[in-house]
Design a protein around this ligand. Structure first.
Ligand SMILES: Nc1ncnc2c1ncn2[C@@H]1O[C@H](COP(=O)(O)OP(=O)(O)OP(=O)(O)O)[C@@H](O)[C@H]1O
Ligand SMILES: [Mg+2]
Length: 461
């Protein structure tokens, strides 16, 4: 009997009967993955398969009937917000995250809340026994204990259960543990993951079940399995955080039903994940106001977030000196130091520079430039940016290569957030219109002047 599967190159689509390290079609390495042969599938199904099919009649989109779908609200506000307002029936969400970050906890809590409002749910655990799942649920509270669960790794059994139970929402924890019959690869191999995801997608669309697939994450931070998986699903969420810290962030990498810029912040506590509704308050409350500390008005998606940027400048003999950046891009730091050296700041060629965003937060936006620059100069001079009462200086803005300050998005929201915490005036780039609380600065040099004019000079040592 001819084998039912073949090996396909993920980069060029070349088919090969046997696995090889290098694709003979395009020469890429490690791109061949096992997948069912296309002709093993029933013919004539899907678009473009059959050449002799009857023609379809296109309909103007305005005339397509689109019943208003009611989203399943999970009751976890941060999760609902990142999803764009709740789970969409018949959609598939891929939730990725490193081991132990709280994926099972988050999904368990979401299903518990849905059960509590009378929805049908199903929790499929391929990683833990039902007893282990129960132990976690007991920690999460009464609602989570009401979730029907099965401990199962056979794809066929899971599909049959979905058909018979017809849940409104289902969690598969995790997609890498499912085992499809007739595929030779081990569970978690690319062929298996793709096959399982495809089969689940089909059932979910047909039965209008919202499915959350939990996925493992590789060392590089991508969801393990084929890239195809990310294309297949409607929404890709990444649950991130450092294991040593209790803060976790949930981001959408892709969302067919909402914005991808939203970020949810959680904290892991004894009773499960707790939403952090006001992260700014926490980070600003901890800002020290010492030399080298500056508050940045950053944006996390559509939400403004105040974070503390800290810098340390230490003389060094090492060539080249060290540039260590936590939470900001290292290349961006190098650029800011170069602009500082050229446009009104100190030359730090013989100093190590360390920059850290407090609280383990990552800010990946150019709006952080000015805060990094001010923190570094403050650390270098040993002069605090805070005013004599200890009120920290807040700022935002992109630093251009010619030393100018450039406009960044959502200036009004950044300002609003800082003013809410009693910070101000806030240093920022010049805006088209006058904004309350903003002290606009055209260049980095002017911003430095303004920042240190308001701080008391430290007595010369
Ligand atoms: N009583 C507790 N108090 C605080 N945190 C706890 C408690 N019990 C467990 N945790 C935290 O919950 C985390 C495990 O959560 P969970 O099992 O949801 O993670 P996961 O992402 O599903 O992990 P895996 O990849 O192993 O499936 C642990 O890392 C631990 O930090
Ligand atoms: Mg888990």
């Amino acid at each position: 009997m001819a084998p039912k599967t073949s090996y396909f190159c993920q980069s060029c689509g070349h088919e090969s009967l046997r696995w090889a390290g290098q694709c003979s079609g395009c020469g890429e390495w490690n791109t061949l993955v096992e997948a069912p042969k296309p002709d093993a599938k029933p013919a004539g199904k899907g678009p473009g398969r059959s050449r002799a099919g009857a023609a379809a009649t296109p309909v103007a989109l305005r005339d397509v009937s689109a019943p208003a779908v009611e989203r399943l609200v999970t009751g976890i506000n941060e999760l609902d917000r990142v999803l764009g307002g709740g789970l969409v029936p018949g959609s598939i969400v891929l939730l990725g995250g490193s081991p132990g970050i709280g994926k099972s906890t988050l999904t368990g809590m979401a299903l518990g809340n849905l059960v509590a409002v009378g929805r049908r749910t199903l929790y499929v655990s391929g990683e833990e026994s039902a007893a282990q799942v129960r132990m976690r649920a007991a920690r999460l509270g009464d609602a989570a204990l009401g979730v029907p669960a099965i401990a199962e790794t056979s794809l066929e059994t899971v599909l049959a259960t979905l058909e018979s139970e017809r849940p409104d929402a289902c969690v598969i924890d995790s997609i890498q543990t499912l085992n499809a019959e007739g595929m030779t690869g081990a569970p978690g191999s690319v062929g298996q993951v793709r096959e399982a995801a495809n089969a689940i997608l089909e059932v979910a669309k047909r039965t209008d079940c919202a499915v959350i697939l939990v996925g493992h994450v590789t060392k590089e931070g991508a969801v393990a399995g084929p890239r195809v998986l990310e294309h297949l699903v409607d929404c890709v969420l990444l649950f991130e955080g450092e294991r040593e810290r209790s803060f976790r962030t949930l981001r959408a990498l892709k969302n067919r039903f909402g914005a991808t810029s939203e970020v949810g912040v959680f904290e892991m506590k004894g009773g499960g994940l707790v939403e952090v509704e006001d992260p700014s308050a926490r980070f600003v409350g901890e800002a020290s106001g010492a030399p080298g500390s500056c508050v940045l008005c950053s944006m996390e998606g559509t939400r403004p977030l105040l974070v503390e940027v800290q810098a340390l400048v230490a003389p060094t003999e090492i060539v080249p000196p060290r540039r260590i950046a936590n939470g900001v891009d290292r290349n961006r730091l190098a650029m800011i130091l170069a602009v500082l050296a050229r446009h009104g700041g100190p030359g730090l060629a013989s100093a190590d520079v360390f920059v850290n965003v407090a609280g383990g937060v990552r800010v990946d936006e150019p709006g952080a430039d000015l805060a990094v620059a001010l923190a570094v100069v403050s650390a270098h001079r040993g002069e605090p940016l805070a005013d004599p009462d200890g009120k920290p200086l807040a700022c935002f803005g992109e630093v251009g290569l010619t030393g100018e300050l450039r406009t960044v998005g959502h200036a009004d929201r950044r300002l609003g957030e800082a003013l809410k915490f009693g910070l101000g005036p806030i240093l920022g780039p010049p805006e088209a219109e006058r904004m309350n609380g903003l002290a606009p600065q055209a260049t980095l040099r002017k911003a430095l002047g303004a920042a240190f004019a308001r701080a008391p000079r430290r007595a010369a040592a």
